[in-house]
Design a protein around this ligand. Structure first.
Ligand SMILES: Nc1ncnc2c1ncn2[C@@H]1O[C@H](COP(=O)(O)OP(=O)(O)OP(=O)(O)O)[C@@H](O)[C@H]1O
Ligand SMILES: Nc1ncnc2c1ncn2[C@@H]1O[C@H](COP(=O)(O)OP(=O)(O)OP(=O)(O)O)[C@@H](O)[C@H]1O
Ligand SMILES: [Mg+2]
Ligand SMILES: [Mg+2]
Lengths: 257, 257
């Protein structure tokens, strides 16, 4: 059984990539799971943050999406045991243009994954801050979504379009993709807005808002700098234990679904 | 003489929208300029942050891009004297799809502006966190670009593709668009990375890095909450004076170019 989970939110800079990195390290290190990461964002920060720099496009997800390479051929080891990554680079933006002209353009990644993920327990997909063909592919390939939310004004407004897209994938394409949970990131309790948005989300989302919250912390940036997930670089810090808690809460939800 | 300036950076959450709001308020209030804001981001935060909520797509930039409305018909007053905004909504994403199939797809916004901006001194364009057709339109319509940068790892990597696009607009479309300047946002000097990136950018960009820096501050979020630019809501605070300084530095560069 392989769980495929896409981490997505159209709003930029809310901690999508940071969450993919730290949740995956927690799954691999703490829970001994075999994890594959996919970078569907042309910015390519996911691979870079794990010390993986593809020398060319043939070593990235773009080659697999275009049918030029097998998934296994574009999968790279990382310095974390049990954690592998399929990186991206700028050329992924060109692939988006190409894919958007084909029939069934949303379903390309799902068919790539159908041939190569049996060796993994969890596949986590990082997405760009936009709701275009690349994100459609990540959502369509996923069984579940995780939605990081930085508690700010309009955090909720921005989710409406995502819900609409899920609705259309169900009604038009017969694909039932569920949101496993939303979770708060970069939480800073000095901001009045944090409390207001937390209350608002609890009321609107109920169980849909995960209990674990990720605090804002200088440690995250330091971790990027040392090419190491903060759960490994500074495991005793509040932000690291928050990600470890979040990982456990997510696994509990997966097990009981 | 109308200066058209696009504020852009593919990286999400670096302060593009916040900068457009505060620079425009500084231009209008401090310098008495007539300013028009355009929201080319389907998230629509620019209009919302200034208290402008379009009731339908016919009142947004999408209608002007599709040739259904005149620019004047989609321009809204704001509570700041001398500052008007053309808002967006989610439907702008659908317009991106439509535009991308037309010849000269990058040049649509520029032709819309050619018929309606003579009454303004400055036009500022907010862009989404992606380098797609909407951002191409904003860049192609602009005389200058401003690039906000949050000093983080890979801040510089992410700019490569933008420089490439400017290069292609010059060589293929004969459009010379210059970067008026890059500037640091959400600066927090507790982070070691801030100093490293600042030095690195100074070395690589030289004059291309504006002197004024925007500090990280709780006040920004409070301003959004009260639907007021921080330069008006809390003008004595460090972040407000930083934006006022940045606005002066930008105008000096424009005057001497
Ligand atoms: N808990 C945290 N505390 C402090 N800083 C954080 C935290 N999480 C993320 N950051 C920082 O915030 C910035 C944005 O995070 P990240 O790049 O993970 O977001 P993203 O949603 O992936 O952005 P994009 O929309 O551009 O893909 C980064 O500089 C990151 O280091
Ligand atoms: N100087 C600052 N100090 C503290 N917070 C800031 C500052 N500037 C912006 N922010 C906050 O950071 C978040 C991102 O800012 P903003 O939305 O302006 O970025 P953006 O680049 O427009 O994002 P997107 O890529 O999604 O369009 C917002 O919540 C905003 O309130
Ligand atoms: Mg990211
Ligand atoms: Mg924005």
């Amino acid at each position: 059984m392989t769980w495929v989970i896409a981490v997505t939110n159209q709003k930029g800079g809310v901690g999508k990539t940071t969450s993919v990195i730290n949740l995956s390290a927690a799954f691999a290190k703490r829970h001994g799971l075999r994890v594959l990461l996919l970078d569907m964002d042309p910015q390519g920060h996911l691979g870079l943050s794990l010390g993986v720099r593809p020398t060319g496009t043939a070593e990235t997800i773009a080659a697999a999406l275009m049918g030029l390479r097998d998934l296994r051929e574009v999968t790279h080891e990382t310095q974390v045991d049990g954690l592998r990554v399929v990186p991206s680079n700028e050329d992924l933006a060109a692939v988006e243009e190409q894919l958007s002209r084909q029939p069934g353009r949303e379903a390309v990644l799902r068919s790539v994954l159908s041939r190569g993920v049996h060796d993994y327990d969890v596949v986590l997909i990082d997405t760009p801050p936009s709701l275009g063909v690349l994100t459609f592919n990540a959502i369509y390939a996923a069984d579940y979504l995780l939605v990081p939310i930085q508690p700010r004004l309009y955090s909720i407004e921005g989710l409406r379009r995502l819900y609409k897209i899920l609705e259309l994938m169900r009604s038009r394409l017969g694909r039932r993709i569920e949101i496993l949970g939303h979770f708060l990131t970069m939480v800073d309790n000095r901001y009045k807005i944090t409390h207001e948005v937390r209350e608002d989300l609890r009321t609107r989302l109920g169980e849909g808002l995960l209990r674990s919250e990720i605090p804002s912390s200088v440690r995250v940036e330091e971790g990027h700098f040392y090419r190491s997930p903060v759960v490994m670089y500074a495991p005793e810090t509040p932000v690291a234990s928050a990600y470890l808690e979040l990982a456990s809460e997510i696994l509990q939800r997966l097990m009981s679904s």
